[in-house]
Design a protein around this ligand. Structure first.
Ligand code: APR
Length: 389
């Protein structure tokens, strides 16, 4: 069997690559390890930045991808109970950001691709990559019946996340990793409780907390906690009393908690993002801490750069896009890492980050003061949120 591009993984990165390639008339096969239900139900990140919204408009995919998804106009930052609204409007013309549960984006991308006749194979087991530096690459896997299959291709898009097989197939010593651990954990709580009006992030002496909508009736909350904490130490009572204290909202309406997890805030960049015929896209190449909502947006950016590069090569015999794929993507990756790191430090240090100390606390308060009083600082922030800086 043979195709032009094999896409490994059907998350936001893989499904965007697949949809854009089809729009360019380029054949591809998507191999996904999990079942369709699992992929469609996985809950994660939330805002599709303005830049990415406009990208889907330019590709003629906006109606399919964003049908029914609300606009995202403001962020609320609450400092010791006092509310500040930050506009996401950076002043540029065109469609604004969308507040988008990731599973809705994934469902919409998936059904668009399949409706368009796209080839997507779920429950592909034991995917392995071969001949990445040869004339053609080969991807082997086992189909759900257990039969061994092989597809040869011109390019492999490694869209299989941080723990996937793609990056692991690159020989040792080729990539350099730049990891960073923030020394902070978040308890994430999913609850059937009324959503916040705007995405809400709160700074308080009890620690950072956040409240995001997950559809019209559910909420996701985040609570800063020590890296060695455990979800069992957070019974319902403690979750709700800490949220009320940190969000400065004694009237916060509670509801049944459906999920409770702890995760560490960490970041990593792998450089370069390609090896021979393999191109890493999204989380396979970089993890950005969740503050600022850039993880999914970076995946969408990489996907577009890759699709253009393959199209230029196949349709115009121009390989500059392929050769500059990694530096172009990494430029944005570091830009967004910086934004996310800045926001993470600021919102934790301004409250009660045990490692921060009084000096960093003072710096963080000064940054928030500037952000909430200087229109120029607010505009620069909006530009970064929009993904246009
Ligand atoms: N073979 C095939 N598929 C695989 C394999 C494998 N060996 N390993 C992982 N996968 C699949 C996963 O099941 C998943 O569907 O690859 C997909 C990777 O998807 P994500 O982890 O969502 O990564 P990505 O598409 O890069 O999304 C980037 O969205 O989910 C957020 O936090 C994520 O912000 C990040 C962004």
């Amino acid at each position: 069997e043979s195709t032009t591009v094999v896409v490994i993984g059907a998350g936001p990165a893989g499904l965007t690559v697949a949809n854009l390639l089809r729009r360019c008339g380029i054949d591809c096969v998507v191999l996904e390890r999990r079942a369709r239900d699992h992929v469609e139900q996985r809950q994660r990140a939330g805002i599709v930045e303005t830049r990415a919204v406009r990208m889907f408009h330019e590709w003629g995919l906006a109606d399919q991808v964003f049908g029914g998804i609300p606009l995202s106009g403001f962020l609320e930052i609450r400092i010791a109970g006092e509310s500040h609204l930050l506009s996401q409007d950076d002043g540029s013309e065109g469609p604004p950001a969308r507040l988008c549960p990731q599973q809705v984006l994934v469902q919409n991308l998936l059904s668009t691709y399949v409706a368009d006749g796209g080839d997507l194979r779920f429950e592909a087991a034991d995917v392995s990559l071969h001949d990445l530096t040869g004339e053609r690459a080969t991807v082997r896997y086992r189909d759900p019946s257990g039969a061994a299959r092989a597809i040869d291709c011109a390019f492999v898009a490694g869209c299989d996340g941080d723990h996937g097989v793609s990056r692991a197939s690159i020989p040792d010593g080729v990539l350099t990793a730049y990891p960073f651990d923030h020394g902070i954990a978040w308890l994430t709580v999913l609850a059937d409780a009324p959503p916040s009006v705007h995405p809400l992030m709160a700074v308080s002496p009890h620690g950072f907390a956040a409240h995001f909508a997950r559809g019209p009736r559910a909420s996701r909350f985040y609570l800063q906690c020590p890296p060695d904490d455990h979800p069992d130490a957070w019974p319902d009572d403690r979750v709700w009393s800490q949220l009320r204290a940190r969000l400065g909202d004694p009237a916060l309406v509670s509801g049944p908690i459906t999920e409770r997890e702890l995760f560490q805030l960490r970041s990593i960049v792998h450089d370069p993002m390609d090896h021979g015929r393999l191109f890493l896209v999204g989380d396979a190449a970089h993890i950005v801490s969740p503050m600022g909502g850039k993880g999914m947006n970076l995946a969408l950016y990489d996907a577009e750069v890759f699709a253009h590069a393959v199209s230029d090569f196949l349709h115009h015999n121009d390989d500059t896009g392929l050769r500059s794929y990694s530096p172009r993507c990494l430029r944005r990756v570091w830009n967004d890492q910086e934004f996310s790191h800045w926001l993470t430090q600021t919102l934790h240090d301004a409250g009660d980050h045990p490692l921060a100390g009084p000096f960093r606390h003072g710096l963080a308060r000064a940054r928030l003061d500037r952000l909430t009083t200087s229109p120029t600082a607010a505009r620069a922030f909006a530009e970064l949120m929009a993904g246009l800086a």
